[in-house]
Design a protein around this ligand. Structure first.
Ligand code: GLY
Length: 338
């Protein structure tokens, strides 16, 4: 195998590597803990890669769609683990996109109070974000990812062979997250070849997770563009995919930054140039009721001190708490009229 990049996530005795490249799934057996005698592979139908863990294993296929990202799915999986006699010395493998790795990670955090998990990420969003950093969890009817745990994988494989079959929409979703990294690091990611681009995003995330695993501070920056994005996903009943919503959320964050006097008009335009121009993503605010969006943004998990956003400014991107309702609504209006 050539052209493989390795990114290290430094977390002391829980450190691990992320391998990025075509065919890296062949490294799976080598990445499993030596204690593992059996593996539970959690996946979905239609995942374009098959993996060989090199040890006896059972495959658990979970449903498609956010409604299956639930505690009921975790219960079904854990009952399956009980039936196969999975022990805490064994290993869970998450094979799929962000939904699969979030569920596999949470099942691993919960089963026997915690066991090893290795992720084989098959989507661009998963490779640059979801599979790395140990955020795991499921949804409740009341909101996305409300129940979960920080549970780091023992390793992550980002096999680029999986990307060949991704739909244009799934690729766009990954591009939405990549556009976010563009503003976090100021890099021209698009000038890099794909393997380096994905590895660079993974490295930016690894560096942030390495200093703030549990989002006490810097990790919140990874939510740039996400406050409106989460509200748009909910109000639209998930008709907008996450990365598409993040692209719109980045533009909104720029409008709000301008409304609060944090950035110039030219910097707002740069957001349009990057998100809409370079990354060719939709930047228009869908026609949802603004009061409803305001209410949903107030329920965001970051909102510890009033309405809280990650916003650009003179010091770069930072968390801003206590944003007034009027500013939020004015920014929605100016984006809708742009
Ligand atoms: N997706 C944001 C994070 O992992 O912190």
């Amino acid at each position: 195998m050539s052209n493989v990049r390795s990114v290290h996530v430094e977390l002391g005795d829980r450190s691990y590597d992320v391998l990025v490249g075509s065919g890296v799934r062949s490294e799976l057996a080598a990445m499993l803990p030596k204690s593992a005698r059996r593996a539970a592979i959690i996946t979905q139908t239609g995942i374009p890669l098959a993996v060989d863990p090199g040890i006896p294993h059972e495959v658990f296929v979970i449903g498609q769609g956010e409604e299956h990202k639930s505690l009921a799915t975790i219960e079904t999986l854990c009952r399956g683990f009980a039936n196969m006699g999975l022990t805490r010395n064994d290993v869970i493998i998450g094979l799929g996109g962000g939904m699969v790795t979030d569920i596999a990670g949470f099942a691993a955090a919960s089963w026997h109070r915690g066991m090893a998990v290795v992720h084989v990420s098959t989507t661009l969003v998963g490779m640059v974000d979801a599979a790395i950093g140990g955020k795991t969890g499921v949804n409740l009817p009341e909101g996305k990812n409300l129940v979960g745990a920080y549970w780091q994988p023992s390793g992550v494989l980002c096999d680029l062979d999986a990307l060949a079959t991704l739909s244009p929409r799934e690729m766009r979703c990954g591009m939405g997250e990549m556009a976010k990294y563009h503003f976090l690091a100021g890099d021209d990611l698009l000038s890099l070849e794909l393997v380096d681009r994905i590895a660079r995003c993974a490295q930016i995330k690894a560096d942030i997770v390495g200093v703030d695993e549990r989002e006490g501070g810097r990790r919140a920056l990874l939510n740039y563009g996400h406050t409106l994005a989460h509200a748009l996903e909910i109000v639209g009943d998930f008709s907008l995919a996450h990365g598409e919503a993040v692209a719109i959320g980045l533009i909104y964050a720029a409008h709000l930054g301008y409304e609060l006097g944090r950035i110039s008009r030219a910097r707002v335009q740069q957001h349009y140039d990057v998100v809409g121009g370079l990354y060719e993503l939709n930047t228009s605010l869908p026609e949802f009721d603004h009061q409803m969006l305001l209410g949903l943004m107030g329920r965001d998990k970051k909102a510890l001190d009033g309405l809280t956003f990650v916003l650009d400014g003179d010091n770069g991107v930072e968390v801003v708490a206590g944003v007034p309702d009027d500013a939020v609504l004015n920014a929605l209006r100016s984006m809708a009229e742009a």
